[in-house]
Design a protein around this ligand. Structure first.
Ligand code: MLT
Length: 408
């Protein structure tokens, strides 16, 4: 008799973004004439960089010719792409080698899968609010109890990120084993300083903990003083894993390509250097046959100097959107965070208005969809996220509607 993984029963009913899509669909069917503008999920809208299209076309042509056809590749990814990714890091002043790079189908999968190489007894700390994948994947793995009436899963350590601490937490007071940090942060749009990351690296080295660092939005950092990778911090190779992606910079949200950095030197309480690196290799060899060879060719093309120029233009386009959104909300007198060095704008909802209430109000009054802060964790209550990914004219139209119609 088959039985099911009981941990799934502890999960909140639905994953955040499908839930938003469901509510939006309901509103649309009740108001068929409404032209709904979506600033909810951080999904890219502009077309792929021409170099990526050319790279993928060429790879497809090769597959169509028996002399250049290739089948399975290494699950870690093609060597030139791994090399180009490590060169990118070296350019940021981050200590990453080709052998540390594991190409994948995206940072989302990696950030969910990575927990599988750690014991289920590990105590997990998350920023609160946080990208829901970190929490949900650990709930599914059985590392938590049920959600309590404060909206927290028992057994998880929540590190509140509030206006008071500039949306970046202090290191935990108790001993934790796995620490998820996202910078530039999804959802708050704030970026950790070098000193803040040094604090977490120091903590992890002292406690033999591992930091799982999500840098999917690193390319949006314009301020040269802010770290793009945790490997810019000395000691991080011993205590940190990093995930990143082509999704937001090169518009690969549908194409799918990302990577994880698992350094050889990485240690854990019961793992000498090399063990975790080998375990991740083993995990990927078993569960994954490598990212699509066509897609890897596209990703590689975006890391050429022409490709970097084209992706930088895309990033600048979305950052201009972020500025437009920020300006609108500031003008309305709302408290606005993020949207600088990050594509997400994080806004305090008006006094007495909850996150989901604000979602309904924005949808009803302005036909604009955003993401309720509460969906990212209890400390997100009273906040709301607007994504800068979108066509410029839609961002302009959405902000005009917010100015004209939102009753504050
Ligand atoms: C978000 O909106 O938080 C992201 O787009 C979701 C994702 O990258 O999976």
């Amino acid at each position: 008799m088959a039985t099911i993984n009981p941990a799934y029963a502890r999960l909140s009913a639905g994953y955040l973004f499908p839930e938003i899509a469901r509510r939006t669909r309901e509103f649309q069917s009740a108001h068929p004439d409404a032209n709904i503008l979506r600033l909810g999920i951080g999904d890219t809208t502009e077309s792929l960089p021409p170099v990526a299209v050319a790279g993928m076309k060429e790879a497809v042509e090769k597959l169509g010719d028996v002399n250049t056809y290739s089948g399975y590749g290494d699950s870690e990814g093609i060597t030139p792409l791994r090399q180009a990714i490590s060169d990118l890091y070296q350019g940021w002043g981050a200590d990453v080698n080709m052998a540390d790079v594991f190409v994948s189908d995206g940072a989302k999968s990696d950030s969910a899968n990575i927990q599988s190489i750690f014991d289920t007894d590990n105590v997990v700390a998350v920023q609160d609010p946080a990208y829901p994948v970190y929490v949900d994947s650990n709930v599914m793995a059985g590392r938590t109890g049920r959600k309590n009436d404060r909206g927290q899963y028992e057994g998880l350590v929540y590190m509140p990120c509030t206006a008071e601490n500039g949306f970046f937490p202090e290191v935990p007071k108790q001993k934790v084993d796995l620490i998820y940090i996202c910078s530039p942060n999804n959802p708050t749009g704030t970026v950790a300083s070098r000193a803040q990351l040094e604090g977490f690296v120091q903590y992890a080295l002292e406690h033999k903990a591992v930091v799982l660092f999500d840098s999917a939005y690193a390319a949006f950092i314009e301020d040269q003083n802010l770290p793009k990778s945790i490997y810019e911090i000395p000691g991080a190779r011993k205590c940190a894993i990093e995930v990143n992606s082509f999704s937001k910079t090169a518009g690969f949200t549908g194409v799918r390509l990302g990577w994880a950095i698992v350094p050889e030197e990485l240690e854990a309480e019961d793992a000498a250097p090399g063990v975790l690196h080998k375990m991740w290799t083993r995990r990927q060899n078993t569960y994954f046959n490598g990212a699509s060879n066509v897609v890897q060719a596209g990703g590689l093309a975006t890391l050429s100097s022409e490709g970097q120029k084209q992706t930088n233009e895309l990033v600048a386009y979305y950052m201009e959107n972020a500025r437009i959104i920020r300006d609108c909300l500031v003008e309305l007198g709302l408290k606005v965070f993020g949207g600088v060095n990050a594509p997400y704008v994080w806004v305090k909802t008006p006094e007495g208005v909850g996150s989901w209430e604000f979602f309904d109000q924005l949808l009803t009054d302005c036909h604009v969809v955003g993401t309720p802060g509460a969906g990212f964790g209890p400390s997100g209550e009273g906040y709301f996220r607007l994504s800068a990914f979108g066509h410029r004219e839609n961002i302009q139209e959405a902000t005009q509607r917010i100015r004209d119609r939102l009753k504050l």
